[in-house]
Write a protein that binds this ligand. Structure first.
Ligand SMILES: Cc1cc2nc3c(=O)[nH]c(=O)nc-3n(C[C@H](O)[C@H](O)[C@H](O)COP(=O)(O)OP(=O)(O)OC[C@H]3O[C@@H](n4cnc5c(N)ncnc54)[C@H](O)[C@@H]3O)c2cc1C
Length: 417
């Protein structure tokens, strides 16, 4: 245990892994290395509040005192270039090495880029880090017209946030609906209607052919049908790709992310991977996934710490996610791919409803808009392994709570066989 644990990546997953190691009683060295120059911070507020408020400060994941108080050696502004698996050592960019007994790769993901003429003009940005958010905030203060490429969660959050500051915002999405396959069509069209009602222009089924500029700065996005969308800022939000290069060069297994088992171990057991960068077979669906959410990052971090401390439990956290788009709090629990029917609770015109997705008689997940109670109850139901009938869902929250309580009361009898 002399070299302890080195964690590469000081985002949501890396910081939680360091904290969990200490909470679990790990008493060897813990070194947390991150290539950003910041105290590790919460990413979700960047697209929701930070970019519209010149006074907003980043929200630290933990206070500065946490790192010293927990004997976590946090090293900001340090990039790891290479893993020497034979020597169990990391090469630091610019020189130096760092030895480890266990390594946790928490390298996250980065925005996909668009291979488009004009994509290298200034004013063409994407949002991943605090540094990106500062650039967007500064430039949006001087930009009346903004074009956002991509109608996913981050693009739509930014659209709503900047529209609320009075900017002219156009969202361009290549496929014929918003939010890809992340939510049901009824949720996607609800989000579209409400955003359009605030004045956001949304073009679906539309591609961008090129970006035009003057003096090196973007001035317009040109659609493939030739429409000119004036823009002083273009934000590219077309998804993220996992940062796997370190792992790849070390010969670790890669499949849409760094491949890990149910204890977060890569193909080399002393190296673990967690968060946006990791892909794995999900206990809930039996399918291979790579999830980009705070829940996934922090729950995997807790499990990786347990694995290093010698526990053998398997990953079994219920997946959940949230997104704030204007006046809509979207919350998702479970994984709904493969659903074949659904039940709706609540009221779309009131902007408060939930969709309960089923495959046969199994509840797969719930998508809620401004119904946080449904979401929390959903987390409890899926966490307990309880799948209510669609008739019980139709009874509403009281019926569901009673059914869950009855299910939990019967647990001892079920366990006994
Ligand atoms: C704008 C925005 C809004 C979001 N909103 C939500 C939301 O509302 N709800 C939700 O659940 N999720 C949201 N997410 C997703 C969530 O933030 C991510 O899933 C989460 O940050 C993943 O954590 P991570 O630790 O795996 O990666 P990250 O938090 O990205 O951390 C990875 C860190 O590793 C560093 N790194 C990479 N390679 C190296 C290297 N070689 N050497 C040193 N350091 C390295 C990176 O620079 C980065 O700092 C949002 C993300 C963004 C960008």
């Amino acid at each position: 245990m002399k070299n302890g644990v080195v964690i590469v990546g000081a985002g949501h997953a890396g910081v939680q892994a360091a904290a969990s190691l200490r909470e679990d009683g790990y008493d060897g060295p813990v070194i947390l290395v991150g290539d950003e120059d910041e105290l590790p911070y919460h990413k979700p507020p960047l697209s929701k509040t930070f970019i519209k408020d010149a006074e907003a400060k980043p929200q630290p994941l933990r206070g500065e005192a946490f790192y010293t108080g927990s004997a976590i050696d946090y090293r900001p502004g340090v990039r790891i270039d290479r893993i020497d698996t034979r020597r169990r050592s990391l090469d630091i960019a610019g020189g130096g090495a760092l030895a480890f007994d266990h390594l946790i790769l928490a390298t996250g993901s980065r925005p996909r880029t668009l291979p488009l003429p004009g994509a290298d003009l200034s004013g063409v940005l994407s949002l991943r880090s605090l540094a990106d958010a500062r650039l967007i905030r500064d430039l949006s203060a001087q930009s009346d017209e903004i074009v956002i490429l991509g109608g996913g969660f981050i693009g739509l959050e930014i659209a709503a946030t900047l529209r609320a500051t009075g900017r002219t915002v156009t969202v361009v999405e290549a496929v014929d609906r918003l939010l890809g396959r992340a939510v049901a069509p009824v949720v996607a069209s609800h989000v579209r209607q409400r955003l359009e009602a605030t004045g956001v222009r949304i073009l679906t089924g539309t591609s961008i052919a090129r970006l035009d500029g003057e003096n090196g700065h973007v001035t317009a996005a040109i659609t493939s049908s030739g429409e000119r969308l004036p823009a002083r800022m273009v934000i590219v939000g077309i998804g993220a790709m996992p940062n796997v290069e370190l792992a790849q060069s070390a010969g670790l297994g890669i499949a849409n992310g760094i491949r890990v088992d149910h204890q977060m171990r890569t193909s080399m057991p002393e190296i673990l991977a967690i968060g946006d960068a990791a892909s794995y077979r999900h206990w809930f669906t039996g399918g291979d996934v790579r999830l980009e959410s705070v829940q996934n990052a922090t729950d995997q971090a807790r499990l990786a710490a347990r694995t290093i401390s010698g526990h053998t439990d398997a990953y079994s956290a219920v997946p959940w996610f949230w997104s704030d788009i204007g006046d809509m709090k979207l919350q998702m629990v479970g994984l709904t791919a493969g659903g074949d029917s659904h039940v709706v609770l609540g009221d779309l015109p009131e902007n408060k409803f939930s969709i309960y997705h089923y495959a046969g008689d199994r509840l797969l997940g719930i998508e809620s808009v401004n119904r946080p109670g449904d979401h929390m109850l959903g987390r409890k139901m899926l966490g307990a392994g309880f799948s209510p009938t669609q008739e019980t869902v139709a009874e509403g929250p009281d019926g569901l709570k009673a059914a869950l309580a009855a299910f939990q009361q019967d647990e001892p009898a079920r366990a006994a066989g």
